[in-house]
Design a protein around this ligand. Sequence first.
Ligand code: ADP
Length: 443
Amino acid sequence: MKDPAGMKASLGKEVNRIVILVAVSVAVCLALRSIWPLVAGLSLYIIWSTRQLFALYAWLVREEHTEPPDSVGLWGEFYTRLEHLFQKERRAQDNLQSIIVRAQQSVNALEDVVVLIDQHGYLEYWNHAAGRHLGFRADKDLGQPLTNLIRHPRFTDYLTQGDFREPLEIPSPVDDNRILQLRITEFGVGDQLILARDVTRIHHLEQMRKDFVANVSHELKTPLTVLKGYLETLLDTVPEEQTRLRRALTQMDAQSQRMEALVQDLLLLSRLENTEADNLQQAVAVHGMLQRMRESALALAPEKQQTIELDVPENARLIANPAELESAFGNLIVNAVKYTPAHGVIRIHWWQDADGAHLSVRDNGIGIDPAHIPRLTERFYRPDNSRVTQTGGTGLGLAIVKHVMIRHNGKLEIKSELGSGSNFTCHFPASRLVSKPTALASG
Ligand code: ADP
């Protein structure tokens, strides 16, 4: 209590009052030689205290705790103190209320969408932008399941999978022409905060870039085919003794083949970026596919006399797009061959566990400085440019692998040390394992 001295004084007065009452009553009792004056005195005190108690109760149950009833002594002190306490609580509540109102005003002023959903996926709160971009209605949608209001299949999958490391882009439910980027953050016990923003402009720019690359690559295909055709004809017709001309033509032929590989990889990448991921999904017999790849890899550089071990269960199956899987695995295996010197050992290993299926391609080749690993899947990123001329790669192989893995809800893990080999592992989620007999694609 703030004023213990005041409280003590009131308590003292009240005790005095009782003592005086009892003393006077006892004196009268002695004078009259009867107990009744004392009984009457005490009864009066009890009646007065009970009335005070009722008055206190009536005051407490009132909505507003202002203007306490008149009272004296300890009771008066009670009222004053209770009134102070109520005033303090009212001020704290008003403060809290104004903080909440300001927070709501600022969240409502945001251009970005803010939505709160509870652990069962029901809408708890949203700001004005959510009304504009997602079409939520203040009067009807509170407490509705979020998936009833945002029905895009990609959003439902995203919520079900619960992996929110990457944002999701979907068309706005109120306007197909607008693209929203959603981010989900979990907090509390299963509650979720959804932030969304309009990324239509960035999306269009990105789409223009993709279309441009796809169109240029496509347009380059025909002139390249013509050039290659003429080069082959010339190489067939130019006599052996014209060595300088033959050397020039051979180099032109090699470079045109490189350009063709580049165009093919660019086209494949734009296909991976521009098409929906769920096309042509089937149970792929991985063993047969990897066995064929192993044979092609051995034929790639027979002079290196490398060993390629295959440790893949014969019944390994994966729900996947076989052509995309072949591109991804093919790139990893070809890289292992390219970046492993003669007599090196490459091991292709497939295994399954509770987390899903995993394919690792490990080699004991030249390895990569770990500092470069985070950027390795970027297009044309090469840790060492001198390797380009030696290996003739397109610089797009790992970007393709990364995209294929994203489209299969998996991820690519890279471990390597300079000089002591590399290990590229593709992790696929358990949902891609084949649990019941399905028609098989051998890839
Ligand atoms: P590239 O056509 O250059 O091989 P990739 O995207 O396939 O393009 O690979 C990018 C770079 O990663 C390569 O240039 C190479 O430096 C490095 N790299 C990829 N695989 C391996 C490997 N198995 N061992 C060593 N370095 C590798």
